[in-house]
Write a protein that binds this ligand. Structure first.
Ligand code: COA
Length: 334
């Protein structure tokens, strides 16, 4: 008998209403639409404003509403909720418990997973392992961030990139090898703290007047270091996972890279020798919503995905963390 593994049986997504375009960014920092478009590839990004809602669970709830329109499921059958995010509503309790309660998934246990922009590929690996253990059959994976709350709109190195958004996928057990999550690769390297971090708010520099005055509650990065590592690690992870599953570039229907920078996406596609028509890209309108980018691509492309389509996901983020997932899509468009 074939082994039990997880398959994505539904996807939902949500981006907040407020459109922060490059013209507005150019009023905040010394930059231009031309520079951002050419060097990053973002034209506009979505930001959650308090008059619309607050917190990542607001976006998660909206994403789940979107999933529910397309996929019927009983919330009481969900056994685990995994929430990949670096911007939970509060340091405690976790966002997963809050959304599980609000969505009526009251039989599920929930926890948050911190892997920054790699959150979705990490969460899929965890959800897949739960289901492959045979102990659980239905796992809800949320993945997203409200990076606007940790973005310094006086820092031109970061504010044109970051955005808000959230996706959700339902994982269910299957023994059909023609669908589902078939392989995953995860890595991390904690020697890269200086290159991508937020110094304030944790247990080393808990929030006080000084951390606020020194603007330590915002993400800082060495863009060049992040750029080079992201290209190398995402390409290598894709190459490894394709090789060990005997996949040629022609076998792969879609590559779904984390939407960090258009030039990073181009470089990864180039190294894999995959044409851009097979690469999901929506960075120009949604920017980098960290753990949100990959599920938001799946959400947007869902109507083009067919049962059995071979898909490679890949991500890179703070930690550094990175990885790749190989899956076969679980269902045809309705
Ligand atoms: N507008 C105008 N000029 C800018 C700018 C902006 N928004 N940001 C940086 N610059 C300037 C720099 O100050 C520098 O000027 P100088 O030569 O006078 O010092 C010049 O542009 C080149 O800077 P550089 O850092 O070499 O630019 P870059 O081409 O590497 O682009 C990033 C900077 C941040 C866009 C790019 O490195 C990047 O996207 N890195 C990856 C970041 C990322 O993905 N982070 C998320 C983690 S997953």
């Amino acid at each position: 008998m074939s082994k039990v593994h997880a398959v994505i049986t539904g996807v939902g997504g949500y981006v907040p209403k407020y459109v922060l375009n490059n013209a507005e960014i150019s009023t905040l920092v010394d930059t231009s639409d031309e520079w951002i478009t050419k060097r990053i590839g973002v034209k506009e990004r979505r930001i959650l404003k308090p008059d619309e809602g607050k917190g990542i669970t607001y976006l998660a709830e909206k994403a789940l509403e979107n999933l529910k329109i397309k996929k019927d499921f009983d919330p009481l059958e969900i056994e685990a909720v995994v929430f990949a995010t670096s911007t939970p509503d509060y340091i405690l309790p976790n966002a997963a418990s809050l959304i599980a309660y609000r969505a009526g998934m009251t039989k599920a246990f929930g926890f948050d997973l911190g892997a920054a922009c790699s959150g979705f590929v990490y969460a899929l690996e965890v959800g897949q392992a739960f289901i492959a253990s045979g102990k659980y059959k239905k796992v809800m994976v949320f993945s997203g961030d409200t990076l606007s709350v940790v973005t310094d709109y006086q820092d031109r190195n970061t504010c044109p990139i970051f955005a808000d958004g959230c996706g959700v996928v339902l994982l269910e057990a299957t023994t059909d090898e023609e669908i589902g999550i078939l392989d995953g690769i995860l890595h991390s390297d904690g020697n890269s703290l200086e290159s991508l971090h937020m110094w304030g708010g944790g247990s080393v520099n808990p929030a006080d007047h000084e951390t606020v005055n020194q603007r330590m509650h915002f993400i800082r990065q060495d863009g060049k270091v992040v750029f080079k590592r992201a290209v190398t690690e995402m390409s290598d992870a894709c190459e490894t996972i394709m090789k060990r599953n005997n996949l040629s570039k022609d076998d792969v229907k879609w590559v779904v890279p984390h939407q960090a920078n258009m030039r990073i996406i181009d470089a990864v596609a180039d190294r894999l020798d995959v044409p851009m028509e097979k690469v999901m890209v929506n960075i120009e309108k949604y920017g980098n919503s960290s753990a949100g980018t990959i599920p938001l691509c799946l959400w947007e492309w869902e109507h083009k995905l067919h049962k059995g389509d071979k898909i490679i996901l890949t991500a890179f983020g703070a930690g550094f963390t990175w990885g790749a997932t190989y899956l076969k899509w679980g269902y045809d468009p309705t």
